[in-house]
Write a protein that binds this ligand. Structure first.
Ligand code: B12
Length: 220
């Protein structure tokens, strides 16, 4: 049986070589070997996508390459996420999270991973998708009486829309009813502090830990 480090290396290679079949095989092998799918996603596929992003920025890879890398990552994720959800199936919800990728931004992979991690941790997750208009976060948060409003931004030009969520929640008189959480590759703790978001999380595990820590302190 393959060792964890070998499987993680194969996951990276599958994305960087744009190989959907290899990515699917790594996902299945990892499940068969009892490797934590979340670890495989973070340490394998996500690391490889970041490298692809750097190469795209450096001009050594082009958009079709990025799309091919995404296809490979998504082929694996399609196999891993349902397994993760099943592993974490819980009957009682710990709270409701409204999540989406911010207006103007179509990057969805990281948001999907965070949404799944939160589901596994027992939260009821309402996923609004990508390129979500600011007002939709506010409307949905009211409609489902959300505890958390979470947004993902992958581009420096769309980060500003996370601030508009804060503003519109305030204008709607609903800001004090929810915890806001922000994330995405260019987002930082400093940015979260600047716009008044309650939580910045670097990745899916960090998001689950920080929300859960707040939930145990704050009565809802
Ligand atoms: C894949 C990708 C795409 C895919 C997206 C496919 C999809 N369905 O998502 C495609 C090819 C469509 C694409 C398009 C574009 N892209 Co693009 N893309 C990427 C790439 C290579 C990887 C992103 C990714 O999926 N990473 C893997 C996931 C798992 O990681 P992640 O998203 O960071 O998520 C993790 C954390 O950030 C965090 N997280 C994420 N969301 C959230 C939310 C919350 C609440 C929390 C707590 C945490 C959290 O947890 C996740 C799990 O660990 C990045 C490079 C990079 N380094 O980010 C560029 C990148 C983001 N893209 C970029 C650009 C410019 C574009 C385009 C404008 C290109 C173009 N000319 O058309 C378009 C965008 C159009 C639009 N309006 O949105 C730039 C942005 C530059 C900038 N600083 O603003 C980047 C940085 C590439 C680069 N280096 O230039 N892209």
């Amino acid at each position: 049986m393959l060792k964890k480090q070998e499987i993680i290396a194969k996951a990276k290679a599958a994305v960087m070589e744009f190989d959907d079949d290899a990515a699917k095989k790594v996902a299945s092998d990892a499940l068969a070997a009892g490797i934590d799918p979340a670890e495989l996603i973070e340490e394998g596929f996500t690391v490889a996508m970041a490298i692809v992003g750097e190469q795209f920025a450096a001009g050594t890879l082009f958009l079709p390459h990025v799309i091919a890398a995404v296809d490979a990552m998504q082929a694996a994720i399609k196999i891993l996420l349902p397994e993760m959800e099943q592993m974490g199936a819980q009957t009682k919800s710990r709270g409701t999270v409204v999540i989406g990728t911010i207006e103007g931004d179509i990057h969805s992979i990281g948001k999907d991973i965070v949404a799944t991690a939160l589901r596994i941790a027992g939260y009821n997750v309402v996923d609004l998708g990508s390129d979500v208009p600011i007002e939709s976060y506010v409307e949905k948060a009211r409609e489902v009486n959300a505890d958390i409003v979470a947004s993902s931004a992958l581009m420096t030009i769309t980060m500003i829309n996370q601030m508009r969520i804060e503003e519109q929640l305030n204008e709607a008189g609903f800001r004090h009813n929810v915890i806001t959480m922000v994330g995405g590759a260019p987002v930082t703790q400093e940015w979260a502090d600047r716009i008044g978001a309650d939580i910045y999380a670097e990745n899916s595990g960090d998001a689950v830990n920080k929300i859960t820590a707040l939930f145990t302190r704050r009565p809802f």
